[in-house]
Design a protein around this ligand. Structure first.
Ligand code: UDP
Ligand code: MG
Length: 184
C-alpha cells in the first residue's frame, strides 16, 4: 500500500519542495521608481494581496547608488558592469516602496506572480507581462535599465539577505489574517 502510494506520487507533476526550505517564507519586493511614478502601486499590490500574501513590512525610501550596489550585489557578476550601471541609474531616479511578503513558498510564488525579467517576453497574467512592455533591445538602444515594475527576491538565501538589508527586526510584524483561517 505504502509502495503503491509512493509510486503514484512519483507520477504526478507536483513541484519538488526542497525539504530543507521552510514552507512558510518571507520575500522582499520593491516597487521600482517606474511603478511608483506611474501610480500603479495599488493595482500591482492587489495581485499579491489577492493571492493571500501577508504584508509584514513596508517602507518608502529613496536609495543611493551605494545602497543599490548592496541590494544588487551579484548583478555585475551575472550581467556585467554596464547593466549594473543602468540598473543603478533607474533604481535611484525616484523613491521605491519596499515590502516584505509572507506566505506559502513565498519566494517562488511571488516570482511566479511577478513574471520573467523582460516585460516583452513575460507571460500575460504576470505583473511584468501585464503592466509593462519594455524589451532588452530598446533598453540597450537607449542605454537604460529594463523597466519592469517590481523586484522580487530570487531565492530564499537572497530573500534573507535582502530583508535584513532593508528592514530591522522591529520593522517586521506578526499578526493573523483571514487567509490563515480560510485560504491556507
Ligand atoms: N536588468 C537590466 N538589463 C538586463 C538584465 C537585468 O536592466 O539585461 C535589470 C532589470 O531591471 C532586472 C534587474 O536588472 O530586474 C536585476 O536582474 P535579475 O537578473 O536579477 O532579474 P530579476 O530577478 O529582477 O528578474
Ligand atoms: Mg534578481
Amino acid at each position: 500500500m505504502l509502495l503503491k502510494r509512493k509510486l503514484s506520487e512519483k507520477m504526478t507533476d507536483k513541484p519538488k519542495v526542497d525539504p530543507n526550505e521552510p514552507i512558510m517564507q518571507r520575500t522582499l519586493i520593491l516597487f521600482k521608481p517606474d511603478s511608483v511614478q506611474r501610480a500603479i502601486v495599488g493595482k500591482v499590490l492587489q495581485r499579491f494581496e489577492d493571492a493571500g500574501f501577508k504584508i509584514v513590512g513596508m517602507k518608502m525610501r529613496w536609495i543611493d547608488r551605494n545602497f543599490g550596489k548592496k541590494h544588487y550585489f551579484d548583478v555585475a557578476q551575472r550581467h556585467g558592469e554596464i547593466v549594473l550601471n543602468r540598473l543603478l541609474n533607474s533604481i535611484t531616479e525616484g523613491p521605491v516602496i519596499a515590502m516584505v511578503l509572507e506566505g506559502i513558498s513565498a519566494v517562488e510564488q511571488v516570482r511566479k506572480i511577478v513574471g520573467s525579467t523582460e516585460p516583452k517576453s513575460a507571460t500575460p497574467g504576470t505583473i511584468r507581462g501585464d503592466f509593462a512592455q519594455h524589451s532588452y533591445a530598446v533598453a540597450d538602444s537607449k542605454d537604460v535599465g529594463i523597466k519592469n515594475i517590481v523586484h522580487s527576491s530570487g531565492s530564499l538565501k537572497d530573500a534573507e539577505y535582502e530583508i535584513a538589508l532593508w528592514f530591522t527586526p522591529d520593522e517586521l510584524h506578526t499578526y493573523k489574517t483571514v487567509h490563515e483561517i480560510h485560504v491556507f
